[in-house]
Design a protein around this ligand. Structure first.
Ligand SMILES: Cc1cc2nc3c(=O)[nH]c(=O)nc-3n(C[C@H](O)[C@H](O)[C@H](O)COP(=O)(O)OP(=O)(O)OC[C@H]3O[C@@H](n4cnc5c(N)ncnc54)[C@H](O)[C@@H]3O)c2cc1C
Length: 492
């Protein structure tokens, strides 16, 4: 019997697991996928927002700005790439300028530091490629960029380092509340028993809650499509460039990425859960809107290296007509069952603050009501083992590393300069990679210009060798998303 079972190892569930590992509690983190952070946390804008959009009366407004401030230490502790770039919401009309003033006032209420309105000239001084048609912008100096997949894998790794049990490939199919008040969680692998449950199931959180209680919220899946451009034009803009927001969201942004690419997107289309298709009409829409704020992009459309989509988990009360939801972080009407749901943007940014709140203000008080006051885990260490990014090291350090381990001298991904030693490291860490995509998420082979055209076969070879299995057993991604190899040539 576990003390607490967390369903969902995206950023929400993984961070709650890490926070709970500060205490002497027996916690299991379950996910149906074969890797952590494989759903919403995998595919988003990767922006650490300043925190001026959401109203201060919502949890979104309450956690965004403090979450942003906590990011630097969290990413340092976990050795995750993070850059503070700043962001600009640009205005094209007088009406837009009024919206900026409202956002500015709201930002002040939310406690957002380094926020100011800039006029056209000042904007063009820092961003020469932003449209000449703008009349001003809201600058937010604390906005930044992160690698969400590296963040989630490291958060989960740190939770496991500190004693949490992670069970992947455990899809929850049913939950029963037993007469003694504990829960039996049926999964595709085994039954799990737990005294308390935290539901962090992302876009499926409403379906998971329905297994045990009467529904009181619904999750609407809204797909957002993106393009990634080659690093050659990664510095076309230096800040995250947003249009003025509308009731549908923050609009199509143009942004650098933490690894030096350029990103445009997303739109917001209601879809069926799990639909992450990128369709031509939506891609055209993204391009058209990105050009309004950054017309120079028009000459670089041949530098696109990838498109992808993610689905928002928008909470709605009882109809599909509003997107004015908020994070749901509370003990549900079912005693002992916590929902961490409707956790849409700015969920990534808010997580250090909202994850702390979930544990300190919701879960521990719930345990206390039952007379349980867990002791602190004296061995808790907030830091992961350092991660070596070979390409970023000075020449002398590169030479020293190669002398110690010649596998640092073997470049597997030429686009991103990823060495064999780095790939071996991410396979053997706690919460290590077992798929080609898992390796890509952790250290980037396949994320560059050729998108894995050259390095994927080498990554498959290394995975098979290090995991002690056949190359045909290695998958690109999840089980239902296909194996890469069918067999050996001439043997099929
Ligand atoms: C298009 C888009 C852009 C965004 N941009 C930003 C941004 O720039 N900045 C920002 O701060 N936030 C952004 N967000 C929001 C942020 O990405 C989310 O808040 C966050 O990733 C949600 O994490 P999660 O853990 O709740 O969900 P997920 O990452 O989806 O995790 C849920 C997990 O539950 C698992 N699961 C589901 N059902 C079951 C089951 N039955 N059994 C077992 N496991 C199950 C899934 O496999 C998954 O791993 C964006 C989101 C989207 C979609």
């Amino acid at each position: 019997m576990y003390d607490i079972a967390i369903i969902g190892a995206g950023i929400a569930g993984s961070y709650v697991a890490r926070e709970l590992s500060r205490y002497q509690l027996d916690v299991v983190l379950l996910d149906g996928e074969n890797d952590v952070g494989n759903e919403i946390t995998m595919a988003n804008s990767a922006i650490v927002h300043g925190g001026f959009d959401a109203p201060s009366y919502k949890l979104k407004g309450k956690f965004n700005a403090p979450g942003n401030i906590m990011y630097e230490k969290m990413c340092r502790d976990l050795c995750v790439p993070y850059k503070r770039t700043g962001s600009l919401v640009v205005a094209h009309t007088e009406h837009d300028m009024m919206t900026l003033h409202n956002l500015y006032q709201n930002g002040l209420k939310n406690g957002v530091p380094d926020l100011r309105i800039m006029f056209e000239d000042e904007v063009h001084e820092i961003e020469e490629n932003v449209s000449p048609d703008i009349c001003g912008a809201l600058y937010s100096g604390t906005a930044g960029l992160v690698s969400p997949f590296e963040l989630c894998t490291k958060v989960a790794e740190n939770a496991v380092d500190n004693g949490i049990t992670l069970k992947l490939n455990h899809m929850v199919t049913n939950i029963a509340k037993k007469d003694d008040g504990t829960f039996k969680i049926e999964t595709t692998e085994e039954d799990i028993e737990a005294r308390y449950v935290v539901n962090a199931g992302g876009v499926y959180a409403d379906d998971i809650y329905k297994m045990v209680g009467d529904p009181y919220f619904k999750i609407l899946a809204r797909r957002g499509v993106y393009f990634i451009f080659d690093k050659e034009i990664g510095d076309l803009v230096h800040n995250v460039i947003f249009p003025c927001p509308t009731k549908n969201g923050k609009g199509i942004l143009v942004s650098p990425t933490v690894h030096g690419n350029l990103l445009i997107g997303p739109d917001a289309m209601p879809v069926d859960k799990g639909d992450i298709c990128t369709t031509q009409d939506r891609l055209d829409y993204i391009k058209e809107n990105a050009l309004k704020n950054c017309p120079k992009l028009a000459q670089y459309m041949n530098k696109i290296i990838r498109s992808y989509a993610g689905t928002r988990n928008t909470p709605v009360a009882d109809t599909y007509t509003t997107t004015d939801g908020d994070f749901i972080i509370e003990e549900s009407p079912v005693k002992g069952f916590v929902n961490f749901a409707g956790y849409e943007s700015p969920g990534l940014t808010s997580i250090p603050a909202s994850g702390y709140y979930a544990v300190e203000e919701v879960i521990l008080p719930m345990l206390k009501k039952d007379g349980i006051e867990p002791k602190e885990n004296e061995n808790f260490n907030p830091k992961t083992r350092p991660h070596i990014y070979f390409a970023d090291l000075p020449e002398e350090e590169k030479k020293a590393l190669i002398a110690k381990d010649p596998k640092y001298g073997k470049i597997i991904c030429r686009c991103e300069t990823v060495t064999e030693a780095e790939i071996i490291d991410v396979i053997h860490r706690n919460v290590g990679a077992t798929t080609v995509k898992g390796v890509k998420k952790r250290c980037r082979p396949g994320a560059g210009r050729c998108q894995g055209g050259f390095c994927s076969p080498r990554v498959v070879e290394i995975l098979a060798r290090e995991l002690g299995c056949e190359m045909d057993d290695i998958m690109y991604d999840a089980k239902d998303k296909g194996y890469i190899l069918k067999g050996r040539t001439k043997e099929i």
